[in-house]
Design a protein around this ligand. Structure first.
Ligand code: ATP
Length: 444
C-alpha cells in the first residue's frame, strides 16, 4: 500500500485534502490523473447502467434535503456506528475494530483492556440552512444518494412513463462522519456513490437480487478487475438492515485485506412506504394491465466510486523490467489499467524535439486524436524515458513520430508511426490515417 500511496501522490492521482495545513482526516483530493480515472469509471458505470438499458433512467439530486427525509428514512434516529474508546491510549475506534482475545476485549493500538462500553456515534454531518442556526433550520449532508431517488420516485415515474421493473440511477457525493477513516481513500468522510434503485413487483425481488449479482461482477471485470480478486459475501440477517430481505456485498482483495466495494440489497418497499407515510403523498404504482395499485419493492446495487478507483489502482499496479536506451534491463513500474479507464489513452512523441518537421507531424496527430480521447504530448528526454513515464501512469498506447514518418528512409513508410503497447511493449507500424479508428476501438 505504501508504494501505491506514494505513486498516487508523486504522479498526481490523489492528494491529502488541505495538505498545506496538515490535512484533514478522511478527506482527499483527486489530482489531474485521479480525476480522469474517476470520470472514466463514472462514465462507464453510467453508460452500462443507464444509456445501454431501456429500463433505467438517471437523475441528479441535491445533497441537502428537507430534514423530514432523514426522519422518515430512519437515518436521524439510527444511522450510527457503535464507538469504543481506549482509556489508556485514547484511541477511538468502531466496536468491530476491537480485538477479542480469550474472551477479553483489547485495544488494537496499545493492547490495553481498559475500554469503554460501545455507545452509538451518529454518522451524519449536521448543518443549518438559512440565516438562523436553530432547531428549525437543521438538516444533514446526505449519507447516501438513494433517498433523493425515493422521494422523487413519483415525479420520475410520471415523466419517464416506465413500467415495472425499472430503475433510477444516480451518481453523487455522500458524507459520513466515520469514526476511524483509514486505508487511504477506502474509508473516507466524503465520497461518491453510484447507486441504482431498481423498482419491481414484490414477487420479483429475490430473483432480481440474484440477477444483479452477475451484472455487477461483469461490470468490474469489464473495467479490468479480475474475477479471481472479486468475492460475493452474503450478509447475514443480523448484520443487514431489519427491512432487507437479502443483502450481499461484492468484495475486492485489497492489499490490506478483503473489503466491500459494493453492497446489493433487497430493501423491500420499506423506503417508499416510509416516505408515503411521513409525507402523506401517494408513492404507489398503478399497473394498467392488472388494475392493481401498490408500493413497488426495490433492489439496490450501491457502489463506491472512491473504493473502486482505489481497487483499480491496486489491481493495475505492477513492477517488471524493461530495456533502457542501451538495451540494459531496468526496473519499471507500470499501471496496467484497462484502456477503458486509463486516465490518458495515448501519448505522442516526436523522436527529436529540435527537428521541426517531426514536431509539426506529432502535433498534427495530437489534433487528430484529441476530439476522441485524452492525449498527452511529450517531447522532452530520451524516448525510453518518455515511455517509462507513461507506463507509470498507465497510458496504454504510445505513438512515436520518427524519420520514417517523414518518408526520409523509405517512401513506403511515409505517414506511418510506431504504435507501442504498454503491457507487451510490442511495437507495430501503423498508418496515421488508421490511428483514430484503431485506437477508438481499443479504448471503447
Ligand atoms: P462499510 O460497511 O464499509 O462502512 P457500508 O456497508 O456502510 O460500508 P453502504 O451503506 O452499503 O456501505 O454504502 C454503499 C457503498 O458506498 C459501499 O459499498 C462503499 O463502496 C461506499 N461507501 C460507504 N461508506 C464509505 C466511506 N466511508 N468511504 C468510501 N466509500 C464508502
Amino acid at each position: 500500500m505504501e508504494k501505491i500511496v506514494s505513486l498516487c501522490k508523486r504522479r498526481g492521482f490523489i492528494f491529502q485534502s488541505s495538505e498545506i495545513y496538515g490535512g484533514l482526516n478522511g478527506l482527499w483530493d483527486y489530482g489531474p490523473l485521479g480525476v480522469e480515472l474517476k470520470r472514466n469509471l463514472k462514465n462507464y458505470w453510467w453508460r452500462v447502467m443507464v444509456h445501454e438499458r431501456d429500463d433505467v433512467v438517471g437523475m441528479d439530486g441535491s445533497i441537502l434535503m428537507n430534514r423530514a427525509v432523514w426522519k422518515a428514512s430512519g437515518h436521524e434516529d439510527t444511522f450510527s456506528d457503535p464507538m469504543v474508546d481506549c482509556r489508556v491510549c485514547k484511541t477511538r475506534m468502531r466496536a468491530d475494530q476491537v480485538i477479542e482475545k480469550k474472551g477479553a476485549r483489547q485495544c488494537p493500538n496499545c493492547g490495553s483492556k481498559d475500554l469503554t462500553e460501545p455507545r452509538p456515534f451518529h454518522l451524519m454531518f449536521k448543518t443549518y440552512v438559512g440565516a438562523t442556526e436553530d432547531e428549525s433550520s437543521i438538516t444533514y449532508l446526505r449519507p447516501e444518494t438513494a433517498q433523493s431517488i425515493f422521494v422523487q420516485f413519483k415525479n420520475v415515474l410520471e415523466v419517464s412513463r416506465k413500467k415495472l421493473p425499472f430503475g433510477i440511477a444516480q451518481i453523487g457525493k455522500a458524507f459520513r462522519n466515520e469514526i476511524n477513516p483509514r486505508n487511504f481513500t477506502f474509508r473516507s468522510r466524503e465520497f461518491e456513490q453510484m447507486e441504482l434503485e431498481y423498482f419491481c413487483r414484490p414477487e420479483q425481488g429475490m430473483e432480481l437480487l440474484e440477477y444483479w449479482k452477475e451484472e455487477r461482477l461483469k461490470f468490474y471485470e469489464n473495467i479490468g478487475i479480475s474475477r479471481a480478486n472479486l468475492h460475493v459475501r452474503n450478509v447475514p440477517n443480523e448484520e443487514s438492515a431489519f427491512y432487507s430481505k437479502g443483502t450481499y456485498d461484492i468484495e475486492y482483495d485489497f492489499p490490506f485485506g478483503r473489503q466491500e466495494l459494493e453492497g446489493v440489497a433487497y430493501r423491500t418497499d420499506y423506503d417508499l412506504s416510509q416516505h408515503q407515510k411521513a409525507s402523506g403523498k401517494s408513492l404507489e404504482y398503478f399497473d394498467e394491465e392488472t388494475k392493481q395499485r401498490f408500493i413497488p419493492h426495490v433492489v439496490e446495487p450501491s457502489a463506491g466510486v472512491d473504493r473502486t478507483v482505489l481497487a483499480l489502482i491496486c489491481e493495475a499496479y505492477s513492477e517488471d523490467e524493461a530495456p533502457d536506451e542501451k538495451g540494459k534491463m531496468e526496473a519499471r513500474i507500470v499501471l496496467r489499467f484497462h484502456p477503458r479507464v486509463a486516465p490518458i489513452k495515448c501519448a505522442v512523441f516526436p523522436l527529436l524535439k529540435n527537428r521541426e518537421s517531426l514536431v509539426v507531424k506529432a502535433k498534427e496527430i495530437v489534433d487528430l486524436l484529441r476530439p476522441c480521447m485524452t492525449v498527452f504530448y511529450d517531447e522532452s528526454g530520451a524516448i525510453g524515458r518518455r515511455y517509462r513515464r507513461q507506463d507509470e501512469i498507465g497510458t496504454p498506447f504510445g505513438i512515436t513520430v520518427d524519420f520514417e514518418t517523414l518518408g526520409e528512409k523509405d517512401p513506403s513508410l511515409r505517414d506511418t508511426v510506431t504504435l507501442r503497447e504498454r503491457d507487451s511493449m510490442k511495437q507495430e507500424r501503423v498508418k496515421i490515417s488508421d490511428l483514430l479508428e484503431l485506437l477508438s476501438m481499443r479504448i471503447a
